[in-house]
Design a protein around this ligand. Structure first.
Ligand code: CO8
Length: 257
């Protein structure tokens, strides 16, 4: 598939996806969604690719869902088309992916960043859920993921006032994993992605599944899930390889089996 609203590059074992609608500050419309679903599915299916970075421009990761596309729609159209439900497919990506955010990550832009396994932010990043100013609410998981990430007080304040949160506050609040100088954002995100890409692929998926399980399950059930997956990895060649490599003081040579 050739893309019009995103750019996709493979850098070794890392896929770099760049949102590319500069004229609309990377606002997310139906075309962006379709193309991202395709690109993420291709990444998940490609054994040569082990981590993905999603980024935007220096000015905007994404300034939200495309207001001009939504403006005229009524309830019946939104409901019948299950508008934007396709984002759930992006969240079902099994392999790891990172959001590298510079500039505005607002509304749907903040929500997509929060769908990532974690966010690396430039010091210029600004996060917000300003939908209330448009007479609506977050609609791509923001009310839930933001509350999980930063707690009720700050999530409620951000949703009710629409204020933006800068990178430093976002790191302090647990929304982002790390803040880096804007000029280094892509390099740092790729470097982190390469580190993940260098890990045993099954263990990467299993680690991701178990951390995500913490959002779905109670503590006892989550710990049981973790233990079952841990036991399961002892059926993999990469567990034998990883532990042998440690004992023999050499790097692991992963097969993904
Ligand atoms: N949608 C469409 N176009 C946009 C958007 C957007 N979200 N954001 C910016 N643009 C366009 C502007 O209209 C402008 O286009 P033009 O040049 O044709 O007028 C161009 O991008 C540049 O924008 P500005 O001139 O406004 O740039 P500024 O630097 O002055 O301001 C801001 C930057 C502060 C980011 C400003 O553009 C802004 O406030 N944008 C809107 C932010 C916003 O409200 N986002 C939330 C959108 S709603 C949403 O995301 C809901 C998600 C859930 C959907 C779920 C469906 C089920």
């Amino acid at each position: 598939m050739s893309y019009e609203t995103i750019l996709v590059e493979q850098k070794g074992a890392v896929t770099l996806v760049t949102l590319n609608r500069p004229q609309a500050l990377n606002a997310l419309n139906t075309s962006v969604l379709k193309e991202l679903i395709d690109a993420f599915a291709a990444y998940d299916a490609d054994d040569s690719q082990r981590c993905l970075v999603l980024t935007g421009s220096e000015k905007a990761f994404a300034a939200g869902a495309d207001i001009k596309e939504m403006q005229a729609q009524g309830f019946a159209e939104m409901y019948a088309s299950n508008f934007f439900a396709g984002w759930e497919q992006v969240t079902r990506t099994r392999k790891p992916w990172i959001a590298a955010v510079a500039g505005f990550a607002l509304g749907g832009g903040c929500e997509v960043a929060m769908m990532a396994d974690f966010i690396i932010a430039a010091d210029t990043a600004k996060f917000g859920q300003p939908e209330i100013k448009l007479g609506v609410t977050p609609g791509m998981g923001g009310s839930q993921r933001l509350t999980w990430a930063i707690g009720k007080a700050k999530a409620m304040e951000m949703c009710l006032t629409g204020r933006m949160m800068g990178a430093e506050e976002a790191e302090r609040s647990g929304l982002v994993a790390r803040v880096v100088p804007a000029a280094d954002l892509i390099d740092e995100a790729l470097k982190t992605a390469e580190t993940i890409a260098g890990m045993a692929p099954l263990a990467a998926i299993a680690n991701k599944e178990m951390v995500n399980a913490a959002f779905e399950m109670g503590l006892a059930q989550g710990i049981n899930f973790e233990r079952r997956l841990f036991h399961g990895l002892f059926g993999s060649a990469d567990q034998k390889e990883g532990m042998a490599a440690f004992v023999e003081k050499r790097p692991g040579n992963w097969t993904g089996k």
